[in-house]
Design a binder for this molecule. Structure first.
Ligand code: TYD
Ligand code: MG
Length: 453
């Protein structure tokens, strides 16, 4: 009979201790320890070998002829993974509840019609999965579904079905009989994840796990899970808009620079191969306060419209509101504009909105934000055929950005007339190669004069 032992686990980072602690020595959080009973010491965590017999081999002798990637028939998904699912890999798909994780994987499973798949759900019944599948559309796939939460029984189903790809929705609902703690606790998640890893490495069948993320955006459960899996994908987006971005936060078999873009529709997710088209609203030339930013998300150019509204503050304290843009960065840009361009923006309300509900991390959006604020302030429109790609410094200098040639080439392709970039970026490029006019600027006043004077 296996011996039961009690451990205390930090629910934030998975740190294990034999006694209760007030503060986690690993992550420094207070009051995060919870007692969990771990039975069956022998099948302890992380003790399994990755393959049946482990004999050291010379690297030249290691063959990997069977490591051919499995295409998912979903271009955006394959792009993020680096060209399909690697056999024997364990993938984790994270995202907020309701963002579309189950939809994404079910849709992918329905599209793979030349392989046998098993979709295990601990959250929904088979009928609910079928209802969702009907919504997504007809398919001739060989997909088996089962509603199950205990790993031992999941592996029985796996033995019966012999799938070529296993999907588990979600790891927080799965438990193993070896551990008495409730589903979703650190030791359960850790043990179940390593059981799936063991299965994937031994059989070569890839396993896709769905995981929830907490309010502050980290994967719920222990960080250790992220170390066990081969790739961590994150599905994100603003729930009020239909657009969703799939990113790889970690990828052992590919780059993390690629992103996939989807649109949630009534009948499932649609791939968006050309994101700039939806992000640029078809606007009238006579509207002030809008400017187009040539940003890069990962390795992908995305042209995004920035809109702002500057108006006299009605109440004593001016309001600042930014949607899809960092508030502190906006305050900094406003202070720079106030100092360098001499506008009393401190007494005005400023509202900023990034089209499509997309959150942008690329600093190259700065110049477009500044120009859209200035445009709204002076009430003179910026031509919709101009775009901007530069960062702004604290003294109003227009700074160079990475991969400017890729941005220029995309702007050219989308039919823009002018692109405003930093003068320091122009030095390194051959401007004659492009049909688009490249406008170099060194300080924000120069951009202001070129656009509004
Ligand atoms: P879901 O995949 O259940 O989210 P998660 O698994 O991440 O919790 O997606 C839920 C949302 O997606 C739900 O609010 C409805 C919406 N949806 C559509 O808009 N169209 C569809 O075809 C489907 C299946 C879902
Ligand atoms: Mg779900």
């Amino acid at each position: 009979m296996a011996k039961a032992r009690t451990y205390y686990f930090c629910q934030e980072c998975g740190y294990q201790s034999s006694s209760w602690l007030g503060r986690c020595p690993e992550c420094g959080k207070f009051g995060t320890f919870a007692e969990e009973v771990v039975k069956n010491e022998k099948s302890g965590i992380g003790k399994e070998k990755l393959s049946g017999l482990s004999v050291p081999k010379r690297i030249q002798e290691v063959s990997y002829s069977d490591t051919k990637r499995i295409p998912t028939h979903c271009g955006e998904f394959d792009r993020v993974l680096g060209g399909g699912i690697v056999p024997g890999s364990l993938l984790l798909l994270g995202g907020e509840p309701g963002i579309g994780k189950s939809t994404l994987l079910l849709q992918m499973a329905l599209a793979v019609n030349d392989r046998r798949l098993l979709y295990v759900s601990g959250e929904e019944s088979e009928q609910q999965i079928k209802m969702r599948a009907d919504r997504i559309g007809e398919s001739q796939c060989e997909l088996y579904v089962v509603s199950e939460t205990v790993t031992q029984r999941i592996f029985e189903h796996v033995d019966a079905v012999k799938p070529e790809l296993l999907i588990v929705d979600s790891i927080q609902t799965i438990t193993t009989e070896d551990i008495d703690s409730p589903a979703g606790s650190v030791s359960q998640i850790r043990q179940c994840t390593s059981e799936f890893q063991h299965y994937a490495k031994q059989t070569g069948v890839p396993v896709l796990l769905i995981g929830h993320i907490t309010k502050d955006g980290t994967l719920a459960g222990p960080k250790v899970m992220e170390h066990i899996v081969d790739a961590v994908l994150q599905f994100e987006g603003d729930r009020n808009y239909g657009y969703r971005i799939l990113r790889a936060l970690k990828n052992r078999f590919g780059s993390t620079a690629e992103i996939g873009i989807f649109e949630m529709q009534g009948n499932g997710l649609r791939e968006v191969p050309n994101p700039s088209e939806f992000l640029l609203s078809q606007r009238d030339e006579t509207l002030s306060g809008a400017a187009v930013a040539a940003t890069l998300e990962g390795a992908r150019p995305m042209f995004i419209e920035v809109q702002s509204l500057v108006s006299s503050a009605v109440y004593g304290t001016p309001q600042r509101n930014a949607n899809g843009f960092d508030m502190r960065r906006l305050s900094m840009l406003l202070a720079v504009l106030e100092k360098r361009c001499g506008f009393k923006l401190g007494a005005k309300d400023v509202f900023l909105n990034i089209a499509g509900g997309i959150k942008v991390n690329d600093p190259a959006i700065d110049l477009a934000v500044a120009c859209s604020v200035l445009s709204s302030n002076v009430d003179i429109p910026v031509s919709p055929r101009y775009c901007f790609a530069a960062e702004l410094g604290l003294s109003g200098e227009v700074r160079p950005v990475s991969r400017v040639e890729q941005r220029i080439a995309e702007a050219d392709r989308l039919g823009f007339e002018k692109i405003f970039i930093s003068k320091y970026n122009v030095r390194s490029i051959d401007t004659k190669r492009y049909g688009i006019e490249i406008v170099p600027v060194s300080v924000i006043e120069e951009a202001f004069r070129a656009l509004f004077a």
